[in-house]
Design a protein around this ligand. Structure first.
Ligand code: UN1
Length: 510
């Protein structure tokens, strides 16, 4: 176990042991199956986590609901103060926690640090939100009547997060849900249980210091635990991040019981290079977009749609850039690495399969295409050209650093291709043409939730709402007014006239 080696001492600083309980309900336990967490960069075991059972999940739900009843009475700015303390505690452990994110997921050091920063940022956001989120006063058609609109917490919010952002996705949900008066029950991905445990320890310390009930609980577990969480009537909102396939089932299941749901599912994000583009900048955007996080962000650039006049020179320049990365593929915690491993063996086989399918469909591997022969899960960042825009492999999201470069005649065609896939998460255009820029952001433009100009498809800030349309699920997290998704809306009509009057002029008396 890596945790026993001196250079992994940062794991102990996070309170982790060789065997860790994976359930937190105010105290720590875990009576379910033990999972071992592996470093995808070496294949070595890091430490064990004892997952929860369905019974323990049920218990966590019960405790979470009870905690909510107390928490909803705490004034919102005081709830914000608790979230502020969580942000402060995260700052203290940012280095170690970010390093753990890198180690367990496979993302490079700066991206691990960036992920924890994203959680800290949303805490700051939530502190401000706690003092300003508000309802409104609406004009009534009746004399001496006032209509109010108020936002109230929902209850217990269940968060199911994915392996690629094992810390930040919980953070966006928890910070906003707690601020708006909800309690939170988290189930992290089964393959990143150490991040779940370490993050929860940081939060738990703040709860302990403030004598709070378990307004945040954790239950690591497999499908049985996940299904039980999704179908439980007591979980008012389920926020699910993961595949379109599972997300559809989660959505249907929650709807069956009239619960609320936030779905953040797959993306098939395109970067459009217009004739007028600043190509140098576009190349940098393509590099981070396609290869950042080794192609495992839901916002990763999967397709580059290039104007026909620029296509060949763009592919050549991009290939040259990719070649410079060769010595930069390595263990995620090596200082010189820019490309870490993919997360699991499964990602490697999905990578292989996508390349097979792409070449079978007539695609040309312009760069990469191979799995590296070394311990850990390393694949070459890959560029594929020459495929039709509607080839089935192009329309499929493969969580790996593979990009399909497509040749389009004009921006209109490029926008049509951007929009023709099932998913609708992120998109970007590089253009210096103001007409095309506004076409892109208009009603006839990109149909995604994230519609960027002259920047990457990935790496969104927390201030905006995050999420997408169509098979991406329609949910929004993080900034803007995404907080409303964690609330129920009360429309309140107050009659201060001293007489009863019906709306719409209806007369009804005897
Ligand atoms: C994800 O991949 O699930 O916009 C989230 C981004 C990050 C979040 C990605 N802020 O790329």
């Amino acid at each position: 176990f890596l945790i026993e080696q001196p250079e992994y001492g940062f794991l102990k600083e996070l309170g982790l042991e060789r065997d860790n309980p994976g359930v937190f309900t105010g105290s720590w336990q875990g009576r379910g199956p033990t999972v071992t967490s592996y470093d995808p960069g070496s294949g070595q075991a890091i430490a064990n986590v004892r997952q929860g059972t369905v019974q323990e999940l049920q218990q966590a739900i019960g405790l979470g609901v009870e905690a909510y009843k107390q928490w909803r009475q705490v004034p919102a700015p005081q709830r914000g103060e608790i979230v502020r303390q969580i942000g402060e505690e995260l700052r203290k452990y940012k280095e170690q926690l970010g390093k753990l994110v890198s180690l367990e997921v496979g993302k490079i050091y700066s991206e691990g640090q960036g992920e924890v920063q994203e959680f800290i940022d949303i805490c700051d956001y939530a502190v401000g939100l706690s003092r300003i989120y508000a309802g409104q006063l609406i004009n009534s058609e009746r004399a001496d009547h006032t209509i109010l609109e108020a936002w109230r917490p929902l209850g217990l919010v269940g968060v199911i997060s994915a392996y690629n952002f094992p810390n930040a996705v919980f953070g966006w949900n928890a910070a906003i849900a707690l601020t708006t008066g909800n309690s939170v029950l988290w189930k992290g991905a089964p393959s990143t249980p150490l991040v779940s445990v370490a993050t929860t320890k940081i939060v738990a310390e703040v709860l302990r210091r403030n004598n709070l009930p378990p307004v945040v609980t954790l239950c690591q577990g497999g499908t049985d635990v996940g299904q039980s969480l999704v179908s439980d009537q007591r979980v008012s909102l389920v926020s699910f991040t993961g595949s379109c396939q599972t997300g559809r089932d989660v959505g249907v299941e929650v709807q069956r019981r009239f619960g609320k749901v936030i779905l953040e599912l797959g993306g098939n994000n395109a970067l459009i290079i217009d004739k007028s583009a600043n190509v140098k900048m576009a190349l940098d955007a393509a590099l981070f977009g396609c290869i950042g996080t080794t192609g495992q962000r839901c916002t990763t650039t999967r397709r580059i749609i290039v104007h026909e006049q620029l296509h060949d020179s763009f592919v050549e320049a991009l290939t040259a850039k990719y070649s410079q990365l060769k010595p930069r593929i390595g263990h995620q915690l090596d200082a010189q690495s820019l490309v870490g491993p993919v997360h699991t063996e499964q990602n490697v086989s999905n990578y292989r399969k996508a390349i097979e399918d792409a070449t079978a469909a007539g695609g040309r591997v312009a760069f990469g295409g191979r799995v590296l022969e070394r311990a850990g899960y390393y694949v070459e960042p890959t560029i594929i050209t020459g495929l039709p825009h509607d080839a089935s492999v192009v329309h499929r999201e493969t969580f790996a650093p593979i990009v399909y470069v497509l040749k389009a005649r004009n921006v209109k065609e490029a926008i049509a291709w951007n929009n023709e896939v099932e998913q609708g998460l992120s998109s970007a255009i590089f253009t210096e043409d103001i007409g095309n820029a506004f076409k892109w952001i208009g009603a006839q433009g990109s149909d995604c939730g994230i519609v960027n100009i002259n920047t990457t498809t990935n790496g969104a800030e927390i201030g905006g709402a995050f999420g997408g349309e169509k098979a991406t699920g329609g949910g929004r997290e993080s900034g803007s007014d995404a907080w409303k998704q964690y609330c129920k809306r009360a429309t309140i009509t107050v009659n201060h006239s001293g007489e009863l009057a019906c709306a719409q002029g209806v007369v009804f008396n005897v």
